[in-house]
Design a protein. Sequence first.
Lengths: 343, 688
Amino acid sequence: MNFKNLIISSIFLFLPALCVAQNTQEATAYMNEVSQRTFELEDETWDYLKAVTRGKKARKIEDKREELIRAIRSAQIYTSKKRAFYGNTAFRDALVNFLDLRYTVLKEDYDKILDMEEIAEQSYDAMEAYILAKERASEKLDSAFKELLVAQNTFAKTYDITMNDDRSKQQERIEKAGATLKYYNDIYLIFFKVYKQEAYVLVAIEEGDISGIEQNKSSLKTLAEAGIEELKEMQSYKGDATLKAEAIDVLEFFKAESENEFSGLSDYFLKKEEFEKMKNRIDNASKRERTQEMIDQYNNAVNEFNAANQEFNKAMESSYNGRVKVLTDWDKKVEHFITNHSK
Amino acid sequence: MKLISISLSLVLLLCNFTTLLAQGNSYCNQSQELYKTLNKFHYSPTDIDDDFAEFVFNKSIEALDPFKLLFSHADIEALDAHKHSIDNYLLDDKCDFIEELTEIYKQNLGIFDRMSEIQIIAAEYDSEEQFDFESRSYAQEFELIGRWEEYLKLNLLISYFQFKEIEESSYDDFKAYCSDQGEEIKEEMICTLKESLGERDGEYNEVGEAYLEAIASAFDPHSMYLSPSKESEFGDHLSSEALSFGLEVYKNQEGDFEVYEIIPGGAAWNSNQVNEGDLINSIILEDDLPIDLGCMSEEDLFELTNEHNELTFSIIKQDGERLKVNLKKEKLEVQENIINSFVLSAIDSSTSQDAKSKIGYIYLPSFYTAESYGRYTPDGCAADVAKELIKLKSEGIDGLILDLRNNGGGSMYEANRLAGNFIDFGATCIADYKGEDPQSIKDMDRGMVFSKPLVVLVNSNSASASELFAATMQDYNRGLVIGSNTFGKATIQTILPIEANRFQSIGLIQPTSDAPEGYVKLTIGKFFRVDGSSHQLSGVSPDIRLFNEGAYSESTLPRALSNTSIDKKTYFRALGALPIEELKERQAERKSDVQEGRANSSNFRSIPLGFEAYTKFLTIIRGNDLEEEQDQVNLLEINSPAFALENKLETDFDKERRERLIEKIQNDIYISESVLIISDLIQINQSK
């Protein structure tokens, strides 16, 4: 499980139109010239998206991402050097601004565009801060794109250019895959919050941290229940409810795990601690001090603790097997869903 | 409060005198290092000026001679030339003050040669004399011996009443006591004084120590110089895994060290050779050299045992048998840190008859922590409280009283984790360290161990981490804070070797157990509430006041840091407001036994030395202690939660300890009042 697919879909937004219908030749030529390199980014964008949606290796995805980042940077520099159109720089500047933001977001240099201190403060942990930063960055990119559209329309209107809404095949493919990823992201975030919460319980078990176990397992149940409700409210994707249903299955598992396998954890650790102290005391007692009553009581405690130990191991095994199964199923469904809807 | 605890529990008032080990005469150099370290790393370094100099001057002398028995008026005049120069001495590497102070101190210890002049005349105990320890001025030289006479008189009174009820005492009995044991007590006093004033070893380290302590405390009341042995004492207090011989001793009436407690699982316990009531008459070091404990003070014995991990104790059993017991230190739980929990319910209450809530009760004496290789482990007090909470939850408690009275603080990390047991998640406070951006401290465990109503009981001895916790519970509307204003300490300290100034930053300093020059505990930061405000000086105000503050708090301490606020974004989700006004009304209607605004009579400035007057004085003090315990029997039903294991082995030691605690709870009117208040809170919540 990783973040390979958690991509801000706004980076796949493109200017909606090529300026084909031309009333004012010079202005149209200028507009095409300014946007030319931006349109050419389609190739790198599609390569990157293809790598992501077709389950390529992380290294390959990373290479494609870097290629796209370089291409955006070069497009931004190229665009910023374009002249003004009779003193009018609004369209050019909006485009440069959008490319700049797109570059920053793709590089994940969030501190340049966001108040990361505020994001850290608002977030429960580093992972939540990362997700929140992505959400905020996405909002910024969306709004920069809207500003770009306004600038484009204003320029077209001013110089009497008629816009054409035609899409290239490539653009359509990018938009389709981008929309699929967006739907997946929405579900993934709900899944991930609960998945991560379960990991916190497991860390607390590993450390024998009773306070951590008690707190995190109660949260696991609360978060799983809230996640299930949220998922139920979501629409299917183009009639396909499989991803949503699979996510609900995973969360149902976490909920049941918190109620069953994890229910006796704190009690087990308390018993363990008491037993160890008792054993220590018996081990250190001299022969004279070891009364029959003490020995009988200790033997009973040994049996009691062994039984508790068995229960604990059984619960941990059941939790492990259950987890492996739901997560394997989830991974398969995700792969299938994305491939299916990105073709 | 300070005086009372001394006068009632110790034979000798001189326990505050500095008693430290020989470290060579390099205090002047050490003072430079100490000053540089404080100046470099202190959160708010003080100006080094005449005020600073005067403070260090007075504080050094006061530490050596708190009761004005040692230095004469003429001595102080002779030293006066240094009063406003100590700042310059520190900057210019000069040793004039400490050298002259040492010289005068040395000469003045000659007073012991004249002690034999002091006659013990029991008949003199009908005078109006007072032992005035605060406001009097320094004596003329010829008056000093008279002051020692007073001091001996006071010691005889304290010694007599230590094991005597007031009703059983009489002037005649006291006179008999004086003629029987007076000389012996006098010799014992002189012997112990010589020991603790450094007269025996002839090195006079006490002067240097007093000077270093004065310099540190001039920065703020919580910055202090720690000799290598003191640093370990401080650490023991906070860690539940300190190495120890596992026995506790006290100096009995005869001046012998008597074993009064053996800690289960500790080295002495495991040797099977030491019992409570045994006397320790000497300690044998590795080189077979026996050290006679005859005139050794408790502090000195502590330091001696602290220095060695293996010692042979020469012990006299109660039947007269003598034996040598070799002990090696082992890890054990610091006894005062073991947490016990109880289930309380009010037996009879006029207003809460129908709502007999089961209330959990936990007393937390300090915020101790468990560390392993310099890293915190989850086994500190927050985890111990969580374990008790889990047991209490299975008993079906409806609410919890967490008693933090007299909890002087400890680890901030644990305070944050403890808060985490009661809140979902979010910032609990803001820490501001020198030279760094302020950072919010967060509860990193989502969820709660206990989510039902909570009452936090505090008093003016609840300090630091206790205040942080109480403030967080208030800010989240999570717990009702009751009692009195807390102490008012919102500063953070760390312990560094005194030569730490040679490092660029604190982070680069390796923790070391070997700093022969000693350590400094210094204030490196402040902490703030989640809204950026602070309880420094003011303390955390209780939502419901049950009693008045004691006389001792941060605001009464000289050179305490000021109350400031901080601007920092924090996010936390507070719960709905608590029905404080309604709870107050209900409490008023109950005509509670707890009288708000109880007079604080512990603020004495002198002690009468006449037998009758002293008896009256003692009646007031002891009466004060008793007052809170009157008529408190059977207000509460008190039970212990069940163990997790059905077959848990409980030793007699555990049982005794638990019974003692139950008796203490039974006699505490503030606990029963807290039970009534939290029961009201539960009832109000249910009726909503």
